[in-house]
Design a protein around this ligand. Structure first.
Ligand SMILES: *[C@@H]1O[C@H](CO)[C@@H](O)[C@H](O)[C@H]1NC(C)=O
Length: 287
């Protein structure tokens, strides 16, 4: 009886109940880590390892603090099905934390798995890891200067998102948002200082900072008025373009299902969707 209990406790995954951390297998690893322009953190662990047990709560905290800027995942190297994966990434000690970064997207097709990975060697605390990850988010938000405003807000074939801010740098969350809409929306930020405020006012009505404005194809302005959170803003931006990534996208639906255990891979997800739409069509035919 004792022996059985021991075996069961060894097999359990650390993060099944953590909303923001995906437990990966060889079936889902590439879909989650490589098929995205987001940065990912992966902890390779073994449930019996003391350092892993110590780190667990820190990892959960880090994911809670920054899952809006990067993806968090884990691989249980104790599972027989994961052994190959852990060998492939040359995991020698537990826990090993790898940070994966996609290649910069330039509008051209890049080679598959062009991601770079690096080992996180910093302190194993939530705050240090979070800080590190925030520094590893690719930036697609262009700086807009006072003299560029006119051309940024002009009529164009792609809608644009402009962040008006008092700060001189962009938040990692806003960078992540730009990645969610990579290819479909162009992002810019404008630091509104006292010196350029009147110049900015000639083009855009500035009420308070920070402020997010969408300039649609026809040059019309649409101000965002809601909470400063990635998903809330993404919902608003969804009125102008389709999200490629993030909670409001198809990929977001896949990731949610993966977390719930509904699918094991993106292929599973696609198959189940195709099945559903077929049966929906069938229902209609019968009416
Ligand atoms: C990055 O985003 C672009 C534009 O949406 C897309 O074509 C490309 O496949 C993405 N790259 C990866 C690795 O997912």
């Amino acid at each position: 009886m004792l022996v059985v209990f021991f075996l069961v406790s060894l097999a359990y995954a650390f993060y099944d109940n953590s909303k923001n951390i995906y437990e990966l297998t060889p079936k889902s690893f590439d879909d989650v880590i490589y098929k995205t322009n987001h940065t990912s953190v992966v902890e390779f662990y073994a449930p019996w390892c003391g350092y892993c047990q110590q780190f667990k709560s820190h990892y959960i905290k880090a994911a809670q603090a920054s899952s809006d800027v990067a993806q968090y995942a884990a691989v249980n190297c104790d599972l027989p099905e994961n052994k190959k994966l852990c060998n492939e990434y040359r995991i020698e000690g537990f826990p090993t934390i790898l940070v994966f970064r996609p290649p910069k997207w330039t509008g051209k097709i890049t080679k598959k798995n062009g991601h770079s990975s690096e080992i996180y060697r910093g302190e194993r605390t939530a705050s240090k890891l979070t800080e590190f990850v925030k520094g590893r988010v690719k930036n697609y938000v262009k700086r807009v200067n006072a003299r560029d405003i006119a051309s940024f807000v002009a009529v164009k074939d792609k809608p644009r998102v402009l962040l008006l801010t008092s700060k001189t740098s962009i938040s990692p969350m806003f960078k992540a948002l730009a990645i969610d809409f990579l290819g479909s929306l162009d992002f810019g930020y404008l630091t509104v200082t006292d010196e350029i405020k009147s110049e900015v006012q000639k083009h855009i009505e500035v009420e308070s900072l920070p402020q997010i404005v969408v300039i649609d194809r026809d040059g019309s302005f649409h101000k965002y008025e809601g909470p400063t959170a990635r998903t809330a803003i993404a919902k608003f931006l969804g009125n102008f373009a389709e999200a490629e990534d993030g909670e409001t996208s198809e990929r977001g639906t896949f990731l949610k299902g993966l977390k719930k255990g509904l699918y094991k891979s993106y292929r599973d997800f696609k198959k189940s969707r195709a099945g559903k739409s077929k049966s929906a069509k069938h229902d209609k035919d019968e009416l």
